[in-house]
Each structure stands twice: as C-alpha cells, then as structure tokens.
Design a protein around this ligand. Structure first.
Ligand code: ADP
Ligand code: SF4
Ligand code: MG
Length: 322
C-alpha cells in the first residue's frame, strides 16, 4: 500500500462524570493507507462512532479525548486549534453519518446544502458554484441534477437522500472519508447500489475510506483490511481475507458465525450470545471473557496483550484460534 494517510495511536476517549468513567474508546491504535479501505466492525455500542468522532475532534460532551495521538498525513490533529480543525473537516477529512434524515436540513434545498460546503472550501459563488454543485450531484448519480438542486430533502427517496449526504461529504474531495454505517436505513438493492457508488468514487477521487459497519456480510465486498472493535477496544486487525478465513479472536469468530448464510435461511438474524460489558463498569481481564467459551482464569484476571499472527495480523487474546 502507499502512503500513510491516518495513524491513530493509543487513543482514549472517556465520558467522565462525577461518579463514573465510561471508557468508550480505550487504547485504540490503527492506520489507513492511501486508497485503502479499512473496515471498522463490531456490535452496536462497541465505540466505532466515537472513535470516528474523536478523529474529527467532534466528541460530544462530557466525552473527551484523554490520551493518544492522531496523525492525518503526518499532521498532529490533537494540537490543532479549533479553527484549523474546522478547515480540515469537510476538506481533507469528511464523514458520512449513519442517518441521512438527521444529516440533511429539511428547510434548505439539496443544492444549497451541497453548495454550502463547496462555497466554504473553494470560495466559489454564483454560476461557478452552481456548476460545481450539479457536477457533484452527477458524480453521485442523481438523475437530472440541474432540476434536483431545487428539491428539498422530503421530496427525495431514502436512497437519493443518502447520495446527497455522500455528495456533501465528498464535495471537497477529501483524502479520508469515514462512512459510518451509511447503508443501514436502506433496503438491500439500494444498499448494494450505494456501496458500488462509494467504491467507484473512491477510485475516481483517490480517497482512503474507513467503512464502519456492524454487518460482516458487506465487509468482504468493501474492505481491504478489517479492525474488529469490542467494548471500546480493537481486538483484531488483519487483511480482509485473513479475517474471513483465519479469524484469531474468539469474538471475530463469533461475529462471523452470526453472519446469515444464504444456504441455511433463517427467519431471524442470529447474533453473538450474551451482552457486551458496561463501559463504566469494566472488570480486569479480557472484556470478552463472560461471552467466550475458551475463557480461563488467566482471561478473567489479566488483560490480554496484542500478539502478531503474521506481520499484518494482530489479535488481543490469550488463546488465539490457530
Ligand atoms: N453522549 C454519550 N454519553 C455517554 N455515553 C455515550 C454517549 N454516546 C455514546 N455513548 C456510549 O459510548 C459507547 C460507544 O458508542 P458508539 O461509539 O456510538 O458505538 P457504535 O458506533 O459502535 O455503535 C456506547 O456504550 C454508548 O452507550
Ligand atoms: S483472551 Fe480468553 S476470554 Fe478473551 S477472547 Fe481470548 S480466549 Fe476468549
Ligand atoms: Mg455507531
């Protein structure tokens, strides 16, 4: 892979309240290279969104980054002023939020909303700005963009709205795009089309992508490498093939087992048995131990370190699956 675009080291983001500390991101390290797609995978509540919001320095209060380093193309993001950070957001680095309904403003046309981020970053106005907006809507394959610029969000389908959200996020040709479960609210056909579109635009624009999902089913199609998150920590990272064919962490294996297979149709999606721990009441030892069939007293009493199975495959487990 090419140059390192993002390097996150030992990131800790905590919600600190008078009587409790919730360690929602707790010592997370990962990187993303040029043109690469990293899948960030894990059950709901594992800290995927907060890890991403930390990169953008948009952690909601009372949460804050208490430790760690975040470098974007070598630039140390945690020492930048808020003004400098604002320039980066929607510029070099951008994020597509989970719910298109909440990221679009109902009282402005989609042309205004796509135009706003272009105007800020490229200092364009008038006809030049209008042309750029239409070009961007074209990129995300919105039919008849010249007339659609005047539409309001409620006049568009869910799939089209999600494309507009994509157009806003990519309007300034970011180096790094974080897509946070971008297809959760879409039906399966529209979801597949949207994922294809994302891949096309990534190639066209030369973007790196962090693709967040709780659905292992779409990881194989989208990602080069995968980081599996559990209870605020990354527990395994590996190239996508290794994750699927040689999962080493017991949580990864359980997630894979929960992926519905076409050949044995079930009415309900299976999920990993048990519940993740509360992040403000963590015990010592492996956080997955209460749900792990391989857990022993070492797992219960000592936090497992990372070990390397191969140069690119690491796993935080006392007894990795061989
Ligand atoms: N504003 C908040 N205050 C306190 N805890 C929060 C807040 N937002 C999220 N959390 C907690 O942080 C954890 C991680 O959340 P999140 O990053 O949204 O997970 P994911 O994106 O993996 O579903 C969850 O346990 C969630 O309850
Ligand atoms: S460290 Fe122990 S409890 Fe945790 S995943 Fe590995 S085997 Fe299971
Ligand atoms: Mg989330």
């Amino acid at each position: 892979m090419g140059n390192r675009i993002l390097d996150v080291r030992d990131l800790k983001t905590y919600f600190i309240r008078r009587n409790s500390v919730a360690k929602v991101v707790d010592g997370v390290s990962f990187h993303v290279d040029e043109n690469e797609t990293l899948g960030l995978v894990g059950e709901s509540g594992s800290g995927k969104t907060l890890a991403s919001l930390s990169i953008l320095r948009l952690v909601p209060k009372p949460g804050r980054i208490v430790e760690g380093k975040i470098y974007l193309e070598g630039l140390d993001l945690l020492v930048l002023s808020e003004k400098e950070m604002q320039k980066l957001r929607g510029g070099k680095i951008s994020m597509i939020l989970q719910d298109p309904m909440t990221s679009l403003n109902p009282v402005f046309t989609i042309g205004d909303q796509v135009g706003e981020s272009i105007a800020t970053h490229f200092k364009l106005k008038g006809a030049a700005l209008g042309a750029r907006v239409v070009e961007m809507l074209n990129h995300v394959r919105i039919p008849s963009p010249e007339t659609r610029v005047n539409a309001y969000p409620h006049q568009m389908s869910g799939g089209m709205k999600q494309r507009v959200v994509g157009a806003i996020a990519m309007a300034c040709r970011p180096k790094l795009l974080i897509a946070d479960e971008p297809t959760t609210s879409l039906d399966v056909t529209i979801q597949a089309q949207y994922l294809e579109l994302l891949k096309d635009l990534q190639r066209e624009f030369g973007m790196s992508l962090i693709f967040i999902t709780h659905d292992f089913g779409i990881v194989a199609n989208m990602c080069d490498r995968v980081a599996v998150m559990y209870a605020g920590q990354i527990v395994e990272t590996a190239p996508v093939q290794d994750i699927f064919y040689h999962p080493a962490h017991h949580y990864t294996a359980a997630l894979l087992k929960a992926v519905p297979k076409l050949e044995n149709k079930v009415d309900r999606l299976t999920s990993v048995p048990g519940q993740p721990p509360r992040l403000d009441q963590l015990s010592v030892g492996c956080r997955f131990a209460p749900r792990c069939s391989r857990a022993d007293s070492q797992c219960n009493n000592e936090e497992p370190p990372f070990s390397f199975l191969t140069e690119n495959h690491r796993c935080k487990c006392w007894h990795p699956i061989q």
